[in-house]
Design a binder for this molecule. Sequence first.
Ligand code: ATR
Length: 286
Amino acid sequence: MDVTGKTRVLGIIGWPVAHSLSPLMQNAALEAMGLDWVYVPFAVREEELARAVTGLRALGVAGFNVTIPHKTAIIPLLDRITPEARLMGAVNTVKRDGDELVGHNTDGPGFIRSLGEDLGFDPAGKRILILGAGGAARAAVASLAQAGAAAVVVANRSVAKGEELVEAFRGSFGGTQFAVMSLDMPLINAEAQNFDLIVNTTSVGMGGTAFEGLDVTRMKPAASVYDMVYAPWETPLLAEATRAGLRCANGIGMLVAQGECALAIWTGTEPPSGVMRRRILAVLER
Ligand code: ATR
C-alpha cells in the first residue's frame, strides 16, 4: 500500500491502543476495496482527549474509532451523535461530515449482526441473560431490545449498577421485559432453563478465568452462549457450553462486525465480507 499526498486518514483513539486489532483488519479491508485510505492507531490518554479531538479536526481525518476509556467522554466534544449512539450512551465511531464530527455507535449493530452470523440467533421474541452491566452490556441490552427481545435480564455483581442500566431503557421499549438480578450462581442456575441466550459482557474469561459455579447444563438444549471475550479463543464458559452441546460464539464476530459497520459509515460502501475476519484469524493463528 502506497501512502501518497492524497491518501485519506482514518484511525483509532484509545488508551492503551497498542493491543488493538482494528488497524490490521481495517487496513486489510481498505486494501481489498482498492481505496487510497489508511487506518492508524493514536494512543490518547484520558486527560488529552479534548486536545486530541481538536487536533483530529484540524488534521482533517476522515473518521476514527473510539475505544476505552473515551467512548462516553467524547460525546460532548462532538457536534452531533446519532439516536443509536444516544441510546447506547457511547460512541465508538466518529465520521467527519463537512466541518462537523458526528458520533455513531456500531457496537450494538455489530453485536446483533454477529449473533445472526455466528449463532444463527434472531433476538426477536427471545429471553436473554446478560452477565455484567458496564459499557459493553449497555450496547447489548439496547440493541437486543431494539431487535425485539421479549425479555432482557441483567445479572451483575453490583445490582444497583444493573438497575441503573435497565432503568434507562424501560420507558423506551414497551415490548421488552427488563429485570435485574445479582451475579449469584445458584440463583442464575435456577433460572437458566428460561433463557434462549446467555451473553458474557464482563472481563471474566480473559486469561482463562471462570464464573465459578455457573452450570450451563441447566440451559435448554437449543440455547446459545455468547462470550464477548476472545482471548483465550475458547473461555472456560464457552468450553463448558460446548461440552453441554450448546451453540457458542466468542467476541471476534462482534469485533469484526462493528469494524465493518464503521468502515461502511466512513466510505459509504460495505466492505467485502470475510476480509477483516480472515486477517484477524491469520494473526491469531486460528
Ligand atoms: P466494559 O465497558 O468493557 O463493559 P466496564 O464498564 O468497566 O467495562 O464494566 C465491567 C463489567 O464487568 C461490570 O458489570 C463489572 O461488574 P460491577 O459493576 O459489579 O463492577 C463486571 N465485572 C468485572 N470484573 C468482574 C468479575 N471478576 N466478576 C464479575 N463481574 C465483573
